[in-house]
Design a protein around this ligand. Sequence first.
Ligand code: GLA
Length: 548
Amino acid sequence: MKRIFSAALLIVLAVAFAGCKADYSAPETREFSAPIMGWSSWNHFHTEISEDVIVGQADALLSLGLADAGYVYVNIDDGFTDGRGEDGRIRIDTTKFPNGMKAVADSIHARGLKAGMYSDAGDNTCASRDVKPYGLNVGLYGHELEDCKMMFDEWGYDFFKVDNCGGRHLDLNEKEQFTKIAEALAACDNKNINFNVCRWVFPGTWVIDIADSWRTTHDIWVNWDQLKTIIKENMYLVAYTGGGHYNDMDMLEIGMGFKPEEERTHMACWCIQSSPLVVGCDLNNMPDYSIEFLKNEDLIAMDQDRLGIAAPVVQREGEVYVMAKDMERYYGPKRAVVVANLGDETASIDVSLEALGFKGKVNVYDCFAHSEVTDLAIGDHFTLNVPAHDSYAFFVTGKRIERTRYQGEEAFLNAYTEINDQDYPVYRRPYDIPSPRYWESPSADLGLYATLVGGWEDNWLEWRNVYSFKGGEYVLTFNLACADERDMTVSVNGELVDKFEAITTGGDLDWKELSVKVKLNKGWNVVRLENPAAPMPSIDYMSVKIFK
Ligand code: GLA
């Protein structure tokens, strides 16, 4: 939350620079804050929490070495309240928290840790649905400022997760209500409140300006299909993580019953996407291998990396996905790579060095074995056999090449929202929702494309991370499809460079390439495709090649 103000300044600069809402074009200039790491009470304890449970888990973070590894937030989730008094103040369940909530925050702080709070955007919290009347009338709606001041100034908490069960039942406008809560937090004296929006889907690009992180899916539980859905959903939301603001893939279910190979995939995918790492299990009761996965310092470094970016899919063979992102420095020699087999059979994949962004000799370091991999025959690719549900995580270092392909499914869709659409994962959405979409089709490169862009002013597509080593003349080629005649403008760094008129490719999934010659700056460039008046063609990818 402290970043609302510095972010506002950067937004003003960005508008001047690129004509867009937030600055993703010069990421290294932004103030950085890593995704949070810690523990939360919900997934194991649900509403069966108490001061003893919370402080006991804080002690376990310390004794297991998890706090030293970075897990410092102790987040109290739903279940500490007992209605609201006539004076308007939330009542605490004193059978569970006899000393009140400030005492718990004080105990957590006395251990050198940070304390997290929970509420709801509406009147009730989610626990009011099925567990006693715990959560009735304790949500923020109508009490935004008093509740925030009590929790953050009076009690001194450091993190705030705000759910939406009460908001949904009151049918509140999420953007307005969560913005009001962000304003109440900004009005607190405590300027170090980390704010998490829990709306169970990607709520809309407005959330990036008000929150530090936001949930993107329904709740996680120990179920492979649910884990896979969360991983796949977040692979295609990478444009929205950045600048110290993160897609939150939900709590880690590590230590709660997944198989070791599934926990490897779980941890590796959360880390390559820079998700918050918030452990959900009973810390005093988990397998040793789970503790090792949670403490894996290489994966933690991948998650907490100062660039704070999420990794797009750069190669895919069936259910094997290769994700890659820069670490430490943009276009520096080191990249994080995860190869995840989400399928139910062992699969072999030839991982292409070009797709990873390298040429020539590379070093491959295995983040689970914590050593260099010496037995890979590496030419322009290396072959991996990945068991079902398992993953490899690597640091690859070598000579970088300029990126030549940017996928539609990693583009920033300014009007993108999944609200009203929460039963549909990203890759199978119905057409009747007024939002652009990332859509799945085997006809598209890597299996996805962006569609339903255009038709109103805010509904444009942008690649904000187009990078040129030297700057100069380039050819941008768009792989497009549309059955009827459609128009689309291309702008580079805020300047209109071309207007494609009456494009038609013959069918909704008949892809054709259209090119335009442009000048790119050295370093970062923003390419925007737009048509405020009518729908644009669907976009599979953009290739970016030096003009020869
Ligand atoms: C929702 C959230 C969970 C948890 C519960 C508490 O389901 O998504 O993470 O906070 O509410 O009731």
